[in-house]
Design a protein around this ligand. Structure first.
Ligand code: HEM
Length: 142
């Protein structure tokens, strides 16, 4: 039982960092930094760090703890909600990589890429909120 508790706890903490991190960036960091002289350096450094701790580490651990929860608590990947959540997860991974490696990286000298980075970032935040909702549905047996 203790393993299941720790796995769900870890999954929820990781989800809090991922979704909370994107909300913090959108509502606190970007509005403050966007008209400052050091904005390019700040966006690149903050982006690089969230790409490492968020996209690379957190999404990888969310997949591992999510699959462990699915098999240890919900009998594997049989249920439709679990399958749908897994498919949506891979969409989140692809969108995060496009954001980090294409739009975000080129945003320094390109208004076009800066706009795409914003749009993709907000879309990924909305997808993250949907992932939390699907987690709740799985928990409720739906
Ligand atoms: C962006 C990625 C993800 C986010 C933000 C996320 C978020 C969450 C949250 C917040 C919960 C807790 C819901 C609750 O306790 O009521 C949850 C539960 C769950 N998630 Fe995820 N999740 C993600 C990825 C995944 C993946 C890839 C899987 C793999 C199939 C997965 C499988 C599950 C399962 C099985 C539960 C239910 C655990 C339980 O019984 O409480 N999650 N998820």
């Amino acid at each position: 039982m203790f393993t299941k508790e720790i796995l769900i706890w870890l999954h929820v903490v990781l989800a809090s960092f991922w979704v909370g991190g994107m909300m913090f960036l959108s509502l606190v960091v970007v509005p403050y930094v966007k008209d400052k002289p050091f904005r390019n350096e700040a966006f690149q450094e903050v982006g690089r760090r969230f790409s490492l701790y968020g996209t690379l580490l957190t999404l990888t651990l969310l997949l591992i703890t999510g699959l462990a929860n699915a098999y240890l608590i919900h009998g594997g990947l049989e249920r439709r909600t679990v399958k749908e959540k897994l498919v949506l997860f891979f969409l989140v991974v692809i969108i995060s990589l496009v954001h980090d490696l294409w739009a975000g990286k080129r945003a320094v000298d390109s208004e076009y890429h800066r706009r795409w980075a914003k749009v993709i970032g907000i879309f990924n935040l909305l997808l993250g909120l949907v992932m939390v909702y699907m987690g709740v549905r799985i928990r409720l047996g739906l």
